[in-house]
Write a protein that binds this ligand. Sequence first.
Ligand SMILES: C[S@@+](CC[C@H](N)C(=O)[O-])C[C@H]1O[C@@H](n2cnc3c(N)ncnc32)[C@H](O)[C@@H]1O
Length: 248
Amino acid sequence: MKYKGLLALVGGLLIIGSLCLAEPLLVPSPEEYTLEYAVNFQKTANTTLAPVYAPLAQQITEDFKLHDKRGIGVDLGSGPGNLIVELCKVTQNMHWVNADINPFFFPIFYKAAEEAEFGHRVSAIFADSQALPFRDNYADIVVSRGSFHFWDDEEKAFGEIYRVLKPEGTAFIGRGFSRNMPVEIAKAVRSRQGKGKGGMPKYSVSDTADELKGIMESLNIEDYRIHTPTPPDSDGVNYGIWLEFHKK
Ligand SMILES: C[S@@+](CC[C@H](N)C(=O)[O-])C[C@H]1O[C@@H](n2cnc3c(N)ncnc32)[C@H](O)[C@@H]1O
């Protein structure tokens, strides 16, 4: 009897635990992911955050040797796609896919890509990071900036990223700035964010590093590195945190 009670309790706790993590969104939710958010974020991306994308694209291209590579790159949670436009400029032959949970971003993204003459080098698809709409071994690289902290079940999402990567494919997922971002510009961006509506992003880089390490361990992904850029003289400027991993 006692044993049955214990089993029921454990079962109940497991059910409650799984209910706390939202199920992946399989169709868009325009009530939750709105046009207003897309329009407002595009303004932030084109003003306060504008200096962030070109150096990040440059770093990604150099680190992962994408300049001449022919392949598929996914930017997960790309929003207005500023990073993709910059990635198109520095990669010759990559096709870049904007995979975002908010499809209101897509017309904005296509317009920006077409204006930069990259309309033929990009695609966009509704995607919840926790249930990616791609087959196994689809992408050469998955990148993402400023999105993972919105994902309800990060472990599921990182598992999905691993699944869709080609063998030897790379993921580079994080928030903040690349290490090649000049310190004065990083300071200026942080100061503008501090004055803006959302304020300065508040999170502990070391707690996030521990969380990401835990996720890599539970997914048995051994080939990973966590980057917390701290360029010379950047004391006190939060450059964010990035997780790089590779599929076997
Ligand atoms: C702060 S914006 C960052 C946009 C872009 N990466 C950038 O750096 O400019 C966060 C983005 O993540 C997307 N997002 C949030 N949750 C998501 C999820 N579960 N799956 C995919 N995208 C998601 C949002 O729609 C939004 O475009």
